[in-house]
Design a protein around this ligand. Sequence first.
Ligand code: AKG
Ligand code: FE2
Length: 422
Amino acid sequence: MEGARESLIRLQEVYNLQPREMAKGNYLNYKGPELSASDVYLIGKTAFTIEKYPQAVQWLTTAVDLMSKDIAITGPYVETPSFGMISTGNTAFLTDAQTYLGRSLLRVGDQENARKLYMSLVTDDIENKNIQTLGYELKSVGTVEIGQNQVITKFYNLCQQQSKTSEPTSMDSRLRCRFAYILLPYYRFHEEILSNTPYISMFYDVITSTDAERIKKDSSAIGLTRGKISPGLLNETTSSFRTSHVTFLSDEKSEAAAFLSRRISYLTHLDASKQAAEPHQVVNYGLGGHYALHLDVFLEERAEMKARFENYGNRMATFLIYLTDVERGGSTAFPGADLVVSPTKGNAVFWYSFTPDGEIDHLTEHAGCPVVIGEKWIINKWIWTYGNTFTRRCGLKPNASQLDIEREMYSGYTGKHKKQRD
Ligand SMILES: O=C(O)CCC(=O)C(=O)O
Ligand SMILES: [Fe+2]
C-alpha cells in the first residue's frame, strides 16, 4: 500500500496533477479509481513521511476539505448504545489530517497558516498527541528539518510534454530521417536522428508485435523481480529511485532475443552479441512505475561495479525497444538534450553514452517518466566498449560528432565509403 501511495505522489509531482482531481478519479482526462477522504489523508501522511511537503500540503488540504464536507452532511459523531458518542468513518481522521497539514505547512514556510490551524485545534482536545506535536514544532520553528527540494523541473517538464524533439538549430542541420544504412539491401529501417550531440536516434518498427509478445512471454517464464540499483557491488538495493520489475534475457534462453541481438548489430554496426554486450534486460513498469535520472555507464566512483565488468569495459551504447504503447506517461526523458521520447510499441531509442573522443557523455543522462495510465514494457541492450574498440573508433578531431565518424564506421574502416542512402 505504501508503494501505491508513493506512486500516486510521484504522478502528482511529475505531471503536476491536483489531488483534488485525482480524488475524483481524474488523471489527465483519463478516468481512474476515485479515492475516499481517508485514502487522501493517508496519501498526504505518506507524502509527509517521505518529506514531500508541498505535495503533502495539497493532499492534506483536500483531505480536510473532504472530511469537513462529510461532517456537514452526517455530523462528526454518532450516538452508540455501548460506547456513547463515537466519531464516524472518514471524519475520524479529521484532527490527524489537520495536524499533519499544519506540520507540512510549517515545513514549506507557511508559519502563519500552521499557527492558525493549531489555534483552531488546541481548544478541541488537549490530550491529542498530534496536536501537541504541532504546538511543540511551532514553538521551535527553525529547528524543524525542511526536506530537500528534489524537484528537477526540467525533467518533469519534459515528462509532462510526453514527446518532444529538440528544436533543430543551424548547428543541428543534419538532424533528419533516413534509411538506416545496412549492408543487406532488403533490410530497411527508418532512423530518425533526434539529437546530434549527444547522438540519440529513433529506429522505427524494429520488432514485430509477435516477437514483442514472445519476449514478454519468455521473460515472464524466467520471472521478473523488483529492479535494483547498484551504488556499489555489495549494496545492490531496491529503491523508489527505480520502481519496476526486471529480468535478464540471454540469447540462449529466447530465440526472439537472439534474433533481436543480431538485428541490433546490423542496425548499429556494433557487436551486440554476447562477446561484446550484456544479455537483454526486460523491464515492466506498472502504475507510477519510473526510473529516476541516471546514466547507463558506470562512473569512476563506482569502481567496484567497474571491477565486476572489467572484461567488458563500460556501457558504450544503449538500444532500448518499447514492447508496448503506454496510454499516458512512461516516456524516456533526456534533459541534457532537451528531448523526450514517447513509448511506441516496436520503436527503439538508441544512444551512445561516450562521445567519439572516448569521454563519458553526461548529456545522455535520462529517466523513465512515471506511467500514468497503462503498462510499459521495454527491452534494453547495453553494448560494451570492449569488443567494439574497432567497430567504433575514436574520431580524428577532438570535437567530432557521431555523424562525423559514421561513414568510416559504417564501412568497417576499410577506407571504402559507400555513399550514404538518404
Ligand atoms: O524506461 C525508460 O524509458 C528508461 C529505462 C532506462 O533508462 C534503463 O533501464 O536504464
Ligand atoms: Fe537507463
